[in-house]
Ligand binder design. Structure first.
Ligand code: NAD
Length: 482
């Protein structure tokens, strides 16, 4: 039996507000295909109220708190969120099909860790520093001021942690936030709001509005929004970037990817392919930095195709609430159909499917697509160039390291990537030559303390680390005579 997760209010100005209309957004379990709950759809007036609340909270105190005071708020928020981590993880699994073992870490624990990381960081980051000025013999005070009201727009694939990539540094910097989750995953942010209430986060510091593209568009362009932080598709990112350019509004864009796994000739086949299970297929491939183009030396092509095929077809697939499942359903019917159409296109352009290619055998419910491996295409094929955002890999061959690097860089994207080798120094040399924002040697894992983001069509700006805090700060120089 599915529990009804329906919520009837919007979290605006620190309280549960009655929405301006009776319109609701149904959230559908991709495993059962049933509605698991509804949330109110925010109206334009609800959104404006959220922005106004964020602006008032910003101007009437939050920005003026000491760094230690804001750190204390963030830690209380983290404690309350930690108490609800299992609830949040299970809610995410129910709404988007993420395997529960992954959701426990990525959607339960990680947002808590991020709040604590930024609490610690803001406490040791001075608001001002003094510099001896040149060429005049004066002094300059350089201040780091909060940017203001932040519009945070999140996707459905990792809704909790990707919202927190924005909320934690923004709040630490002294900004206030209006969060717009993706409609597919509107439910888990209520757990976040519950934690904010229990932690006594001041009214208006965090506000949450539910809606789709139109509400997102309105949020991006509202007066009194001082910065936009977006994670999602490159197409939406382009549009948001255009609007922010027109408004001269700072924007961070974390967009799509089509990263490469460079398997060097000295790599250990077994260890490499075991590593690819997470580096290329995490969250059923619905992860932006997946290494989905697997580049292998031509003389080892057949053995890698066999091993990648065997690995992909052996991953446990099924109920995402099952602790042992590695591959759940795709997050929505619309997304499943998009993935299937890209698979069809890969076949049309001459690709061979060695495993998968559609719904797994014996499964007649849920938006499942079996892990799929393509061979027999080169890097010009759409299946090797376009982001599929699902469990679909393409194995490509190369001759010599220079060709491998040139193939890896022959992409409109530049977000992640990996190299697989028994010589880590060689791996780092390869990493230095790849046009990307992040790269892993024999694994890929984000680091809360280091910047994450993309080059080329993968985005603009960085999240995480001190750089992710700086993205919510504006610099002011105050000149004093000597
Ligand atoms: P999407 O762009 O369709 O939607 C993302 C969010 O933006 C949703 O909340 C949506 O309602 C909103 N939105 C859509 N169009 C908008 C517009 N014009 N103006 C304002 N808001 C708008 O993306 P998605 O399908 O939810 O997510 C999948 C995409 O996200 C993939 O391309 C993936 O690579 C990317 N992604 C990137 C990262 C990263 O860090 N680089 C992380 C996760 C996902």
């Amino acid at each position: 039996m599915t529990t009804d997760l329906t919520r009837n209010h919007l979290f605006i100005n620190g309280a549960w507000q009655t929405p301006g209309s009776t319109a609701t957004i149904p959230v559908i379990s991709p495993f059962t295909e049933e509605v698991i709950g509804t949330v109110p759809e925010a109206t334009a007036e609800d959104l404006d109220a959220a922005v106004a609340a964020a602006r008032t909270a910003y101007r009437s105190g939050w920005r003026d708190l000491s760094h230690a005071e804001r750190a204390a708020h963030l830690r209380r928020f983290a404690d309350e969120l930690e108490a609800r981590a299992e609830d949040r993880a299970r809610t995410v699994t129910t709404e988007n099909g993420m395997p529960i073992a992954l959701a426990r870490f990525a959607e339960g624990a990680a947002p808590v860790q991020l709040l604590r990381y930024y609490a610690d960081l803001i406490e040791v980051t001075p608001a001002e520093e003094q510099r001896a000025s040149t060429p005049m013999a004066g002094t300059t005070i350089v201040r780091r001021e909060p940017v203001g009201v932040v519009a945070a727009i999140a996707p459905w694939n990792f809704p909790a942690v990707l919202s927190m990539f924005k909320i934690a540094p923004a709040l630490a910097a002294g900004c206030t936030v209006v969060l717009k989750p993706s409609p597919e995953t509107s439910l888990d942010s209520y757990v976040l709001a519950d934690a904010a209430v229990a932690a006594g986060l001041p009214a208006g510091v965090l506000n949450i509005v539910n809606g789709g593209t139109d509400l997102g568009r309105r949020l991006v362009s509202r007066p009194h929004v001082d910065k936009v932080a977006f994670t999602g598709s490159t197409a939406a990112g382009r549009e948001i970037g255009r609007v922010c350019g027109e408004l001269i509004r700072p924007v961070t864009l974390e967009l799509g990817g089509k990263s490469a796994a460079l398997v060097l000739d000295d790599a250990d086949l077994e260890q490499t392919v075991a590593g690819l299970a997470t580096a290329s297929l995490l969250n059923t491939g619905q992860t932006c930095y997946m290494s989905t183009r697997i580049l292998v030396p031509a003389h080892r092509y057949d053995s890698y195709v066999d091993a990648v095929t065997a690995m992909s077809s052996s991953l446990p697939i099924g109920d995402p609430m099952d602790e042992d499942v590695a591959v759940g359903p795709l997050a929505s019917e619309r997304h499943r159909d998009r993935v299937l159409s890209l698979i069809a296109r890969g076949r049309d352009e001459g690709g061979t499917v060695t495993t998968g290619g559609g719904r797994p055998d014996g499964v007649d419910r849920g938006f499942f697509v079996a892990p799929t491996v393509f061979t027999g295409v080169d890097n010009s094929a759409a299946i090797a160039r376009e982001e599929v955002f699902g469990p679909v890999l393409t194995v490509l061959k190369y001759d010599g390291i220079d060709e491998a690097i040139s193939l890896a860089n022959d992409s409109s994207y530049g977000l992640g990537g990996t190299v697989w080798t028994t010589d880590p120094d060689r791996g780092v040399d390869v990493a230095r030559r790849i046009e990307t924002g992040s790269f892993g040697v024999n694994y890929y894992n984000l680091d809360w303390g280091s910047p994450f983001g993309g080059v080329k069509d993968s985005g603009v700006g960085r999240e995480l680390g001190p750089e992710g805090l700086a993205a919510y700060q504006s610099l002011k120089s105050i000149f004093l005579p000597g």
